[in-house]
Structure formats: structure tokens, C-alpha cells
Design a protein around this ligand. Structure first.
Ligand code: ZN
Length: 449
């Protein structure tokens, strides 16, 4: 997800210190004890939504349930699944009535679907998010204060530095590399910057990290080896992993989560994808055999255990998970359960005439008011169309804003135009899911593919 990381939203040292001690211990505890902790948390959050969250109070009442009926994870299916569309329709009815005392930070996100949703993250869950990342990075050897690099688009847009390829934040020891400036001509400068700042880790959306590695290889640069690359936001494909590991001389640790903060899966140093039981409850529904017969495919449903300002119970992740037929232990010794793979979050990219791969276009609708839906369609090597389903507030000023931001990312050699259209004019997958970006090769595919 494309939300910028503001350190002040996460910096709650006392809370973080307490949570760290707990989080450091959790992955090694016996599974039965993990379950006990998880269900304690679940009961607390169910009691909270009953008292404070209008949407869930109504859902529980309509189902003839009270908090006493949801005591364990096995009780969760008594509640209906909340789809992304239902969440958007519910809007502020998902916000807790007592949110102010929880000190929430508000985020407006398009998600990958392009339709806005206002999320609230309370102080506690922001501290927890920090600790969750810290723990995962520590599996790769990270210690607080280590120098790291991060691929970002939002930072450069927000600070008006679209032309810069990097920025250094000494107080965080963070080197920001501009995702939309990654190219063979900028790769050398980025490699030198990584070395100059002593970056030990690199975090980035999977496809962007891959394109950086690809450009570095094509430019013939060999960056100083890192300790790990942490990939986020999308499915990391095997060829992407192989190239990133080769170019940066280290392992890639993949991570999975979303801004609704219901589930987190993180890959350990042995390659195991662990479900973080202390973060949320990940349920699987609609099981079916995987094509290779050795695994099972299922849809993931997430229940967050911490964010009281805007809790999500049984939230549809929209992603398909590949599960082992039988539970297995990881050589790392952590007892968090393992899943085999995650499918369905791969973003498509647009290639500019000057050879840059843009993987972050999907964040642009966040900067524009009044969009109902949007889709970026590359129609030629130098032609990009933004299809827009306008809402009431989408006026010419917003139209110019969207065009201007897009042009900043693509550069002047791409011809960018905007086409207003209806929802039926957007390209959808066989499953009816709209894709945010349609790359050149796919843009001629019929809508009913
Ligand atoms: Zn492991």
C-alpha cells in the first residue's frame, strides 16, 4: 500500500518498548499459548465493537448474536464476511464512537481498487505496526539505528522533488530512492548512494525492487552487498527474487499485509512464510485443490486484533493463499503457522519511452478528489490514457491535477490523456476485479476476457 511513513505517527517509545518485549517472545511460544493470547485479544475486540462500532453492532444484532457468542476463532464464521465494497459503503459506521480518546491518524487510501476509503489508525496500533516491522526486519539481522534504504514515490511527490533520484534522512538513517526514477541511467547513482550511506537493508514494493535490480544489472553496476531486501505490497515472483538476490548479494524476505491491518505474513531467514498470530486472525475459506496437487488454494479473511479506532472483523483480503495440505514446522523454530505462497497482488507496470518502469501509478488517485474509479491504460510506447469514472467533486481542477501528477511521473516523453467513462468501460479480469494498471501488452484484451 502506498501510504507514507511518518515517524511521529509511530513514535511512542514507552508503548513500543513494552510491545517489543512481548513481540520478541511471541513467535517462540507453544502454539496453544499463542491461540490463548489470540482469543483473549479477539474477545476484547468483539466486546469493543459491540459497544463502540455502529456497523458491527448492527451486524451482530441482525445475526441475533452478542459478544458472548464470539469467544474463539472457531466462532468467527458466525459473522458475515465484510467485502471491500461493503466497507466503503459502511464508511464512518466502521469508525469507533470513542475514537478520539484513541488518538487516531486518518488516512485516505485508494487501495489497489481505486475507490477511496478513509482509514483510522489509533496510537496503539501505530506503535504495534512499528514493532511488527522491527521484529520482521530483525529476522534479517536488523537492529534499531542501522542504516537502511527504501524505494518510495509518495515522498518525492509530497516534497515536490519529483526530479530527484534519492534523498537522505540522517535522523532516521533512511535513504529514500525514487521508485519512478529507477532506470539504467540512474542505477549507477543509486548504487553509489547506497554505498555512501552505508545502507544495510532495502525495503520496496516487489516489482520496484526487481526493476532496480534489473536496471543495475543492465547498467553493469555491482552495488555493495546488502544484508537483506524486504519486499512488500505485491506477490514476489520467483524470477524477481532470484535477480534481486543476485544483484544485491543477499536474501529477500517477503512480507504481506494491508492498510486495514487485519493480517500480517512475514518470511523468515529460512524462507518460511509465517502468519503473525499476535497481529490478527487469518481465516481461509473456499478451499480448492491447487494445480500442482501438493497444496490447497483458499481465500484469506482477516480479523485485526489491535486497531480499536477502526476495527475490521472478517475482512475480505481479496487475495488467494496457497496452503500446505498438512501443517509443518519451520527450520527457524518459530511456531507461527506456515503458508506456502500468496497469489493475487501483483501490480502491472507502465514502461516509459525512456525505459523506466512505473509501478506506483496506482497511488495517484489518492491525490485527487472526486474520483469514483480510475484505471491507467498504456495504449502505445508513448501513449497513456487515464480512464476516470468521475464523481460529483471531480471538476476540471481535479482533472488537471491528476494529469499533472501522472505527467510528472511518466516524464515529458509520454503523451498522457484523460478519458471520462462509465464503470463498464474499465478493463476487468475474468473474476470481475478491475485492474488499476493495464500494461501495453494487455491493453487490447477484451473486457470480457
Ligand atoms: Zn521460519
Amino acid at each position: 500500500m502506498a501510504i507514507d511513513f511518518r515517524i511521529r505517527d509511530f513514535f511512542h517509545p514507552v508503548l513500543i518498548g513494552r510491545l517489543w518485549r512481548e513481540f520478541e517472545r511471541n513467535p517462540w511460544m507453544p502454539v496453544a499459548e499463542q491461540q490463548r493470547h489470540q482469543e483473549n485479544r479477539l474477545r476484547q475486540i468483539v466486546a469493543h465493537v459491540w459497544e463502540q462500532v455502529p456497523h458491527y453492532r448492527r451486524v451482530l444484532e441482525e445475526a441475533g448474536l452478542s459478544p458472548a457468542d464470539i469467544q474463539t476463532v472457531a466462532d468467527l464464521p458466525k459473522l458475515p464476511v465484510l467485502s471491500k465494497q461493503q466497507a466503503r459503503a459502511a464508511g464512518s459506521a466502521l469508525h469507533a464512537a470513542d475514537q478520539r480518546r484513541l488518538h487516531p491518524v486518518e488516512y485516505h487510501t485508494s487501495g489497489t481498487s481505486g475507490t477511496p476509503l478513509t482509514l483510522l489508525h489509533d496510537k496503539y496500533s501505530n506503535a504495534l505496526e512499528f514493532v511488527y516491522y522491527w521484529r520482521h526486519w530483525s529476522w534479517a539481522g536488523y537492529r534499531l539505528g542501522d542504516s537502511f534504504a527504501e524505494l518510495s514515490t509518495l515522498y518525492f511527490l509530497k516534497t515536490g522533488r519529483e526530479d530527484r533520484s534519492s534523498a537522505w534522512q540522517p535522523h532516521l538513517r533512511r535513504l529514500l530512492l525514487s521508485s519512478h526514477q529507477v532506470s539504467t541511467s540512474s542505477a549507477g547513482a543509486m548504487a553509489r548512494e547506497l554505498e555512501r550511506r552505508g545502507s544495510l537493508f532495502l525495503k520496496g514494493v516487489a516489482s520496484t525492487a526487481y526493476h532496480l535490480a534489473l536496471c543495475m544489472r543492465e547498467a553493469g553496476c555491482s552495488p555493495r552487498p546488502l544484508r537483506a531486501v524486504i519486499s512488500t505490497g505485491e506477490v514476489l515472483l520467483p524470477h524477481q527474487r532470484a535477480l534481486i538476490e543476485q544483484v544485491f548479494g543477499c536474501r529477500v524476505l517477503d512480507s504481506y499485509g494491508h492498510m486495514e491491518r487485519t493480517v500480517a505474513v512475514s518470511q523468515c531467514e529460512h524462507g518460511g512464510r509465517h502468519v503473525n498470530m499476535d497481529y490478527g486472525v487469518l481465516e481461509f475459506i473456499n478451499h480448492r485443490p491447487a494445480p500442482d496437487g501438493d497444496a490447497v488454494l483458499a481465500e484469506g479473511i482477516g480479523t485485526g486484533l489491535h486497531n480499536r479506532a477502526m476495527p475490521f472483523l472478517r475482512y475480505e483480503t481479496g487475495d488467494t493463499f496457497e496452503l500446505f495440505r498438512e501443517s509443518r514446522a519451520c527450520p527457524c523454530g518459530r511456531t507461527f503457522p506456515l503458508i506456502k505462497a500468496i497469489h493475487g497482488r501483483q501490480e502491472e507496470c507502465v514502461v516509459t519511452p525512456d525505459g523506466r518502469h512505473l509501478t506506483s501509478l496506482f497511488i495517484l488517485p489518492e491525490f485527487v478528489a472526486g474520483l469514483r474509479e480510475a484505471q491507467f491504460v498504456q495504449e502505445g510506447a508513448d501513449a497513456l490514457t487515464i480512464r476516470v469514472v468521475p464523481g460529483d467533486a471531480f471538476d476540471t481542477a481535479q482533472e488537471e491535477r491528476l494529469l499533472s501528477f501522472t505527467q510528472k511521473l511518466t516524464g515529458p516523453t509520454m503523451r498522457v490523456r484523460l478519458a471520462r467513462c462509465g464503470p463498464a468501460d474499465l478493463v476487468r479480469t475474468a473474476g470481475g476485479k478491475r485492474r488499476m494498471v493495464i500494461p501495453l501488452a494487455a491493453s487490447t484484451v477484451r473486457r470480457d476476457e
